[in-house]
Write a protein that binds this ligand. Structure first.
Ligand SMILES: *[C@@H]1O[C@H](CO)[C@@H](O)[C@H](O)[C@H]1NC(C)=O
Ligand SMILES: *[C@@H]1O[C@H](CO)[C@@H](O)[C@H](O)[C@H]1NC(C)=O
Length: 201
């Protein structure tokens, strides 16, 4: 009985002092400046301070920095000082900072799994995208060639964006202006060679 009490007191102490946390050094996705736009340079950083956490810093949708909070370059530091600055994302689990800016959210669904995806996508909640490597972040809506399947999601790499632009059945839109911009209904006219009018807004 006594041992049990002592053990639980020790456990409480360990939890409240963050002792358990201190044993695990945080790992964060890491990049700076132009390297955040290079898909082939996917790097990680182990934070020096065991109480540090991960951040991602944006300019609009473009990622300027990913890494440990104590190693933010001085010219970007002030963005993370204010708790309400959406250009600095903070999180506290390993590699949690591969996340795009909260403002850049897209409806993400597949009509093969969710019937609302095809023509009732305004009922679906837009979700934040993974961190873009392209300088702009877009949402897409794409139909299969037959028009029977609709997919909606984020186009965060230059390759994704180019392939959507080349695809007559794919539309891109900018989520910065309209939240969940890719929830629009699209009409597939399989008789017209090019099914959709592409738009960027
Ligand atoms: C969506 O569903 C279709 C049909 O099942 C499948 O071919 C496609 O890969 C799915 N797309 C995603 C992103 O899961
Ligand atoms: C669209 O989705 C909402 C929420 O799930 C649902 O209540 C509504 O009935 C749906 N409308 C259609 C036309 O399927």
């Amino acid at each position: 009985m006594k041992v049990k009490v002592i053990l639980s007191v020790l456990l409480l102490l360990a939890l409240s002092t963050g002792y358990g946390e201190a044993n695990s050094i945080r790992s964060c996705h890491s990049c700076q400046g132009i390297n955040c736009q290079r898909t082939e340079l996917s790097q990680e950083q182990k934070c020096v301070d065991s109480l540090d956490y991960c951040v991602a810093i944006y300019d609009k949708s473009q990622v300027l920095y990913k890494g440990c909070s104590l190693e933010i370059p001085s010219q970007l530091r002030n963005r993370c000082d204010s708790p309400n600055d959406a250009s600095c994302f903070k999180c506290n689990t390993d590699r949690c900072n591969n996340v795009g800016s909260a403002k850049y959210a897209c409806v993400q669904c597949n009509s093969s799994e969710d019937t609302n995806c095809a023509e009732n996508a305004t009922s679906l909640k837009p979700a934040v995208c993974t961190a873009p490597t392209a300088s702009n972040s877009y949402c897409f809506v794409k139909a299969s060639a037959s028009g029977s399947n609709i997919e909606r999601g984020c186009a965060t790499t230059v390759i994704d964006q180019q392939s959507c632009l080349k695809d007559a059945n794919c539309l891109l839109c900018s989520p910065g202006d309209v939240r969940g911009c890719n929830s629009v209904n699209i009409v597939v006219d399989s008789n017209a060679g090019k099914s959709f009018i592409r738009f960027l807004r």
